[in-house]
Design a protein around this ligand. Structure first.
Ligand code: KPL
Length: 287
């Protein structure tokens, strides 16, 4: 079985490494400095310490399974390229809301995944495996979730096929809507959210608005508790948005807080704090 990672950044490279260590043939699709570095090899540190030779390319190839791990704003570009080859089952593990319609348009078998695995890019070609997690997978269009779960589980990663993947996408995005912008704006690790009173007050305000949106969509949960749990569990992690801001890269804020603000408007829910934070991150990042 040939597996392709479209967007071999931090998370994509970690998944690619773990899957190739299990014996699967894996192709890493990357761009720029990451592509150049991967041609020389991939270093993993943190929970695992190893270096491996990988097959790197800058264009998608035919594959039996293609993971999409590009940034949310690159989705359209990436799927257009991917649609030119035989992509096989397509599985998105991206953060953010609203990517599903774009991907479904191009492929017959589309699996949406939500993962809590954590990875940071220490340098081009060097990924820090920062946290083991869980991956939930659901068939969004056609079939494939079972196959993806088998690949991940046989690679030593915990994965499960679920019926409510859309709910899980929204809940993950809500957690991201609280942790990511605060850590990016204040340049702190995730743990600071629960350790510093000032930050927790902002976190609570964001969480209250997002929870109202979730509730109106029929997704009940105590978001503050969930945010506190994730912030403690990933205390030492630098959120993906903090990493983007530190590198002067565009952030995924439009697909996280921006998506909550748009949904809140449709539902007639006040979401002003998310809107302020959304605009502040846009101003800080290179949007
Ligand atoms: O998903 C994450 C991210 O950084 O994007 C969290 C859960 C906040 C972990 O860092």
């Amino acid at each position: 079985m040939k597996i392709q990672i479209l967007g071999a950044g931090a998370l994509g490279s970690l998944f690619g490494a773990l899957i190739s260590l299990a014996g699967y043939k894996v192709v890493f699709v990357a761009r720029g400095k990451q592509f150049e570095a991967l041609k020389k090899g991939l270093k993993i540190s943190g929970i695992l310490n190893l270096e491996l030779k990988v097959q790197a390319t800058d264009k998608p190839e035919d594959a039996d399974l293609s993971f999409i791990t590009v940034k949310a704003y690159d989705t359209e570009n990436a799927v257009k390229q991917l649609s030119k080859v035989n992509a096989g089952i397509v599985c998105s593990l991206q953060n953010g809301i609203g990517l599903e319609n774009i991907i479904s348009e191009y492929f017959e078998n589309f699996v949406r995944g939500v993962t809590t695995y954590a990875a940071n890019l220490a340098d081009f070609g060097h990924v820090v495996f920062a946290g083991k997690g869980y991956t939930y997978l659901g068939d969004w269009k056609g079939k494939g979730a079972k196959v993806v779960a088998e690949v991940l589980n046989s690679s030593g990663m915990k994965a499960e096929v679920v019926e409510d993947v859309e709910r899980r996408v929204w809940i993950k995005a809500a957690i991201n809507a609280v942790i990511n912008p605060i850590t990016a704006l204040c340049r702190v690790r995730n743990g600071a959210i629960v350790e510093r009173e000032d930050l927790w007050i902002v976190a609570e305000a964001l969480a209250e608005e997002c929870e109202k949106v979730l509730k109106a969509k029929g997704y009940e949960l105590n978001l503050k508790e969930e945010v506190a749990r994730v912030a403690k569990m990933t205390a030492l992690n630098r959120s993906s948005m903090l990493q983007d801001v530190e590198r002067g890269k565009r952030t995924e804020i439009d697909f996280i807080n921006g998506a909550f603000v748009k949904e809140a408007k449709k539902l007639g829910i006040d979401c002003k704090i998310n809107e302020m934070i959304w605009r502040m991150v846009r101003a800080v990042g290179s949007t």
